[in-house]
Design a protein around this ligand. Structure first.
Ligand SMILES: Nc1ncnc2c1ncn2[C@@H]1O[C@H](COP(=O)(O)OP(=O)(O)OP(=O)(O)O)[C@@H](O)[C@H]1O
Ligand SMILES: [Mg+2]
Length: 323
């Protein structure tokens, strides 16, 4: 059975479907407010460290490397574990005081799944819909058809979920989550391990859902955030290093990213001399570095157009340098 938290409450038919339109992003009042949250595990690891974050409607990307504390933060918001200190509010729900109220409006897709049974997607969804209180068979069928269409699983609805690929299982996770029409959706690294086509399919589904909901989405893949999110935060060491938008993060670096072709043996020296953000080989085996510098670092450097990966690596490096 799924390890996904299943809020049980009466379910209204909702507006998911093929005709969902992308709406223009409008900054809104913040829906989810996290203040000074700290979570220490029993082994002494402080996985979330005095973290504050404000999140509005739409797709919010939480970008961070392995061990940054993303899953810890998400599990804590999802009320699966209690923080040491701090507060979490979602609209007028005080999550620490009333975790059940949050669970009723929450859809949570964890990083790791339980084992799926040998039951068709259609039957499993019908079972979940019943559990959630959708009494009428007709209502259940309509609802299930809608969530299967939104997640592009309609054609494979008769197949056992246990036989689904990783990406299909992820989409099934979203389908069962949508049965409840959640107001707050938390998805923890859903694209890790997906092939490019499945990843795109999954991102498209999140893009649709994100037009009407508050979606908190974690990843260590910079392109996920670039393609999908209106707002984002870079997280490491249990802290938010930067809360920004993908556009602001890159435009902020305009005129400050430089590239240069170097020899392989020069790499360490470049790293020691400059704020080296990344290095990559071109097809002809030339090694190029990207560095951050407010001024032109030397005659052989060329100004480059900043990208989100530059902003991400710079935030991680700056945090390490000041730690
Ligand atoms: N149940 C646990 N008990 C003890 N330490 C834990 C536990 N869960 C996570 N940690 C530690 O807390 C820190 C943050 O882990 P977390 O899983 O939240 O990071 P993450 O950003 O989700 O990483 P990943 O990208 O690898 O999923 C790590 O140092 C991890 O080893
Ligand atoms: Mg994680």
């Amino acid at each position: 059975m799924l390890l996904v938290a299943l809020p049980i409450f009466s379910c209204s038919l909702h507006r998911f479907g093929r005709n969902l339109k992308r709406t223009q992003y409008q900054p809104t009042m913040k829906n989810l407010s996290i203040k000074q949250l700290t979570k220490t595990y029993s082994n002494g690891v402080k996985a979330v460290d005095n973290l504050s974050l404000e999140i509005g409607t739409g797709m919010f990307g939480l970008l961070g490397p392995n061990g940054a504390g993303k899953s810890t933060l998400m599990r804590t918001i999802a009320t699966l574990q209690r923080p040491d200190t701090g507060s979490i509010r979602f609209h007028d729900i005080d999550v620490m005081q009333d975790p059940m109220a949050l669970r009723k409006v929450l859809g949570y897709l964890p990083q790791e799944f339980g084992v799926y049974p040998k039951v068709s997607a259609e039957r499993l969804l019908a079972y979940f819909a019943k559990l959630k209180g959708v009494q009428s068979k007709q209502d259940r069928q309509t609802l299930i058809q809608k969530v299967l269409e939104v997640t592009n699983l309609y054609e494979v609805r008769k197949k056992h979920v246990s036989s689904y690929s990783g990406g299909m299982k992820q989409r099934f996770g979203i389908a069962q989550m949508l049965l409840s029409n959640p107001k707050l959706i938390i998805v923890d690294e859903p694209t890790a391990g997906l092939d490019p086509a499945e990843r795109q399919r999954f991102l498209n589904i999140l893009r649709e859902i994100g037009t009407e909901h508050t979606v908190l989405f974690s990843t260590h893949i910079v392109d996920d955030v670039k393609e999908l999110c209106h707002e984002m935060a870079i997280m490491n060491g249990g802290r938010i290093l930067q809360q920004t938008t993908p556009e602001a993060a890159t435009s902020h670096l305009e005129g400050q990213i430089w590239t240069k072709a170097i020899e392989r043996h020069e790499l360490d020296q470049m790293r020691a001399t400059y704020t080296l953000l990344s290095s990559h080989y071109k097809r002809d085996n030339t090694l190029f570095i990207r560095i951050h510098s407010p001024e032109k670092p030397g005659p052989e450097f060329t100004l480059a157009k900043p990208n989100l990966e530059d902003a991400y690596f710079l935030a991680l490096q700056s945090a390490t340098a000041t730690a």
